[in-house]
Design a protein around this ligand. Structure first.
Ligand code: NI
Length: 172
């Protein structure tokens, strides 16, 4: 396993629409394992492949709290097949937008169909933090960031901040 570098705003690759995985092979399983290790190391509760610069429809999540048994979930080609009318608000963050947190409203419950680490089709019902996390990661596969759910003012403010920080880094 390996810890992979995480790309950050304003890296344009974060805006790519990722490609479906045609088959769960050893390379995809390796990617999933590396992504889990990268996510735990960060630490974070979800990671999409594009965040490690791989434009494939793969994500990993684990919303277990510290001290609880880990509950890693490896997902390829996810599809939300149902979402509740009821909404939930969580304060979200993103490993690609470090140290920025804002409330985002999303459906409270979702049902997701996906391919698991063995290439089997699965469906799960998710609510609470897991539902939010899955929707956040699926957004990444479509080039969407959680800041896109905020007001234009807030989004432009954080975007500018990260563009400026990147410029300062490259000037050093
Ligand atoms: Ni994210």
């Amino acid at each position: 396993m390996a810890i992979l570098p995480i790309i950050e705003l304003p890296d344009p690759r974060l805006r790519l629409v990722s490609e479906p995985v045609s088959k769960i092979d050893a390379a995809i399983r390796q990617l999933m394992d590396d992504m889990l290790e990268t996510m735990y190391d960060a630490p974070g509760i979800g990671l999409a492949a594009i965040q490690v610069a791989v434009p494939k429809r793969v994500l990993v999540v684990d919303v277990a709290r510290e001290g609880e048994e880990p509950t890693p979930l490896c997902v390829a080609n996810p599809e939300i097949v149902w979402a509740s009318e009821e909404k939930n608000i969580y304060q979200e963050g993103c490993l690609s937008i470090p140290e920025y947190y804002e409330d985002v409203e999303r459906p409270e419950k979702v049902r997701m169909r996906y391919l698991d680490r063995d290439g089997k089709t699965q469906e799960i019902n998710a609510d609470g933090l897991l539902a939010t996390c899955l929707q956040h990661e699926i957004d990444h596969l479509n080039g969407v960031l959680f800041i896109d759910h905020l007001s234009r003012l807030k989004r432009e403010r954080v975007q500018k901040k990260f563009v400026k920080a990147a410029r300062l880094r490259s000037d050093e």
